[in-house]
Design a protein around this ligand. Structure first.
Ligand code: HEM
Length: 505
């Protein structure tokens, strides 16, 4: 065989490879989910919303469908805008949809090891098991007395504090429950170290943009640049908050260990784990788990309760209807108890509508596909970030009528109500579903029922006597928080005030 034949054959073979490659690429590209057109190389970067991402994605989904592809700097992002698509992928195919992307910004902030951000694998299983075993349904009874006690303390704070402190005390309610569950510590003073840490950590979590979406997450090299460098501004957030985040890892375990040595530790997650710890076991896992529970459970509960309070300011008629229901079932001689829950369907509906109307994790926490997958003829590429658009699902008109209005009746059984499904999606999906959902649900219920039973929430009034209508918007962060909670909270009656003061411990 002559040299020329070898050369021609090689060129022909290479050409064939390129043609097959191009054909495969074309086929692959044509199978990708639809999405807004992007620019060469940078994809949709320039069109990515700077705020209200979940709402903007929901609008785009009306054009591109419930499974939508966005590309940012070559990184595929799939937005799931329908409950069905999220269940089909994240729940039913959990084996390949339960990973997380790398959250460089959160790692730099000191969140490590943190269940929320752990990649799917052995460490994830260990942390998930630690959380689930302590926060399981069967344990819920143990927490109810803590939750009831903190709800009563909250009532006293709300009627005694000036309006600009409402936020502080609602946050303290959430913190008070978590510190007791995690570290057996009851907050009794405003100087409590957990309150300081909680305040700083909440700020850190609501100022980081959508999870996994900061420029540092896309270009980890930016972490080595000064904060003034374009795209590196989050370095300032890291510097401001890292020490407190690390302190939150050290403090609970250090304190409970000392209490344990002195035989003074109260039951808690940390004590439970310390007692089970085997020789040589890494205490860093426990530190990470405790800090995660604290961070994941505090801001979410606080923000959701704030959403409820604003909804009551904006809808006095709904507040009055719930109070009528409570007066009928509970009366005015005692405060609501967990045992009343099944008899208060309208209060239940308000809780559900609070979770639906303004979900505090509007885009959840992104999952990551670990394999190529085909869904309804569309290719979900390996490595894609998968966002469940929880806010988008809340606005799905085929499930929720008048989705923009706050209408608890939608959840009441037919014919009195619309029989629409509860909004469990607020807690996420599949193998990454929120481990604290049952605790959160009970904390929210007892706080909502107790506030409605005893307090009247109305608009605040400014210096010139004008009624203030709170702006019903949320910040953009890992956890979103209402921007404006201006209102007035007073006891419903003298009897209600007496009940609050008697019950508070
Ligand atoms: C209103 C309150 C809460 C809401 C709305 C909420 C919502 C969520 C959501 C949407 C996720 C992401 C799920 C996913 O990736 O699909 C999540 C994860 C998580 N939540 Fe919650 N949560 C709340 C309260 C709590 C509480 C009280 C705790 C703990 C005491 C907690 C612990 C966690 C943890 C550890 C994760 C990460 C799970 C994992 O990655 O495997 N959450 N939560």
């Amino acid at each position: 065989m002559g040299m020329a034949v070898v050369l021609y054959s090689s060129v022909a073979f290479a050409a064939a490879l390129i043609i097959v490659g191009l054909a495969q690429h074309k086929r692959r590209t044509s199978m990708l989910p639809p999405g807004p057109p992007g620019d060469p190389l940078i994809g949709n970067l320039l069109r990515m919303p700077s705020k209200d991402s979940a709402l903007v994605f929901h609008e785009w989904s009306k054009t591109y469908g419930p499974v939508m592809l966005l590309k940012v700097l070559g990184r595929p992002m799939i937005i799931l805008d329908s409950y069905q698509a999220a269940v089909d992928l994240l729940d039913k195919k959990g084996l390949i949809y339960s990973d997380r992307p790398k959250f460089t910004l959160y790692e730099l902030l000191g969140w490590d090891p943190t269940l929320t951000f752990l990649q799917y694998g052995e460490k994830f299983n260990k942390h998930r098991q630690m959380h689930q075993s302590y926060l399981s349904r069967s344990r819920l009874e143990d927490f109810k007395s803590i939750q009831t006690q903190e709800a009563r303390t909250l009532l006293r704070h709300l009627i005694q504090c000036p309006p600009d402190k409402y936020e502080t005390f609602v946050s303290r309610f959430a913190t008070g429950i978590i510190t007791q569950i995690v570290a057996g510590h009851r907050i009794t003073s405003e100087d409590d170290p957990y309150l300081r840490m909680s305040d700083i950590v909440s700020k850190a979590m609501s100022n980081t943009g959508p999870p996994g979406g900061s420029p540092i997450d896309f270009f980890p090299l930016l972490q080595h640049f000064p904060a003034w460098f374009p795209g590196a501004s989050h370095i300032g957030v890291v510097k401001a908050y890292r020490t407190t985040v690390r302190e939150l890892h050290e403090h609970p375990v250090r304190v409970v260990k000392t209490q344990q040595e002195h035989g003074e530790a109260l039951p808690s997650f940390v004590l439970d784990r310390l007692e089970q710890m085997e020789d040589g076991e890494d205490v860093e896992d426990l530190k990470g788990s405790a800090a995660t529970m604290f961070a994941a459970g505090e801001t979410t509960t606080w923000s959701t309760l704030t959403v409820f309070i604003i909804a009551m300011v904006l809808h006095p008629e709904i507040q009055a209807k719930a109070q009528k229901e409570i007066d009928f079932i509970v009366g005015d001689l005692r405060l609501p108890e967990f045992g009343d829950r099944g008899d208060l369907p309208f209060v239940e509906a308000i809780l559900q509508e609070t979770l639906r109307s303004n979900p505090v994790l509007p885009l959840g926490v992104p999952h990551r596909a670990t394999e190529n997958d085909v869904y309804n003829g569309m290719l979900i590429p390996k490595g894609a970030l998968i966002f469940a658009n929880i806010k988008g699902m809340a606005l799905d008109e085929s499930v929720y009528s008048n989705p923009l209005s706050f209408q608890p009746e939608r959840f009441l059984a037919k014919p009195g109500g619309a029989g629409e499904p509860h909004f469990n999606q607020a807690f996420g999906f599949g193998r990454r579903i929120c481990t604290g959902q049952y605790v959160a649900d009970n904390s929210l219920w007892i706080a909502i029922a107790s506030i409605l039973a005893t307090c009247k929430i109305t608009n605040a009034v400014d210096e010139s006597g004008e009624i203030i209508v709170p702006d019903n918007t949320l910040t953009d962060g890992l956890v979103s928080h209402p921007n404006d909670m201006r209102c007035t909270i007073v006891p419903r009656s003298r009897g209600a005030k007496a009940l609050i003061l008697e019950a508070a411990v």
